[in-house]
Design a protein around this ligand. Structure first.
Ligand SMILES: O=P(O)(O)O[C@H]1[C@H](O)[C@@H](O)[C@H](O)[C@@H](O)[C@@H]1O
Ligand SMILES: [Mg+2]
Ligand SMILES: [Mg+2]
Length: 247
């Protein structure tokens, strides 16, 4: 694992030097999008530059309540595409890693998504999120009612987007969807799913967009598209939306 990260960091330095950059790719805040740095006022703009996208604790509510799923999520993008993803599920002691074109692994063992094509025999992961706006809550429950009524085998939520994505990559659930999470919750995990043979798209079936705060990740297109028909979509403010103007 250390080797993978070192290679990526070396790559970041090489890309920066080629572009004539003098910035240090591990220290310049423009090379990071992190939950805590954004909370502290740093920008949340994904550029073509090599960028680390970091969530130090994914599953904060779980952590506070000792609900045993908490992860560290580290993604690395170049040209806005995730090249490396690392999710460490701390209490399970599982280190999930993926490199674009190099497969996905858990503690060094290769991962493969589920081969189930029938949504009725699937488990779907999702989250309720933290938005209590009645219209949003109605959409969440509408999606849930539709999916449960398909019917599916079950609906689950680990309380962390990164772990939910690792569950899709591991073949434990067939799909995961959510609206309202952030880029640092999903950057690393989305590559795990792709490299384990799955797909990642928008909840309306369109192209995935890391900054849109919407994701549908699935083992295959047929399960994904059945879910698209059931999901009542809404559009949270994008991660790269300009800050609201002050009076
Ligand atoms: O805030 P953390 O715990 O880093 O991330 C969580 C999101 O805030 C929440 O909206 C989402 O439902 C959860 O899956 C995510 O991991
Ligand atoms: Mg998070
Ligand atoms: Mg967090």
């Amino acid at each position: 694992m250390a080797d993978i990260l070192q290679n990526v960091m070396d790559h970041a330095v090489a890309v920066a030097r080629k572009a004539g950059e003098v910035r240090h790719p591990y220290k310049d805040p423009r090379w990071f999008i992190g939950e805590e740095s954004v909370a502290a006022g740093e920008p949340s703009i994904l550029t073509d530059d090599p960028t680390w996208i970091i969530d130090p604790i994914d599953g904060t509510t779980n952590f506070v309540h000792a609900f045993p799923f908490v992860a560290i999520s580290i993604g690395f993008t170049i040209n806005k595409r995730v090249e490396v993803g690392v999710v460490y599920s701390c209490l399970e002691d599982k280190m999930f890693t993926a490199r674009r074109g190099g497969g996905a692994f858990c503690n060094g063992e290769p991962l493969q998504v589920s081969d189930q094509t029938d949504v009725h025999r699937s488990i779907i992961a999702t989250e309720f999120g933290s938005n209590r706006d009645p219209e949003v809550v109605d959409k969440i429950f509408s999606s849930l009612r539709n999916i449960l009524s398909l019917p599916v085998h079950g609906v689950r939520g680990a309380g962390t987007a990164a772990v939910n994505l690792s569950l899709v990559a591991s073949g434990c659930v067939e799909a995961y969807y959510e609206m309202g999470m952030h880029v640092w919750d999903i950057a690393a995990g989305s590559l795990l799913v792709l490299e384990a043979g799955g797909i990642v798209m928008d909840v309306d079936g369109g192209d995935a967009d890391l900054m849109s705060r919407r994701i549908l990740a699935a083992n295959n297109r047929s399960v994904a598209l059945r879910l698209v028909e059931q999901i009542a979509p809404y559009r949270p403010d994008r991660d790269d939306a300009p800050p609201a103007a002050c009076d």
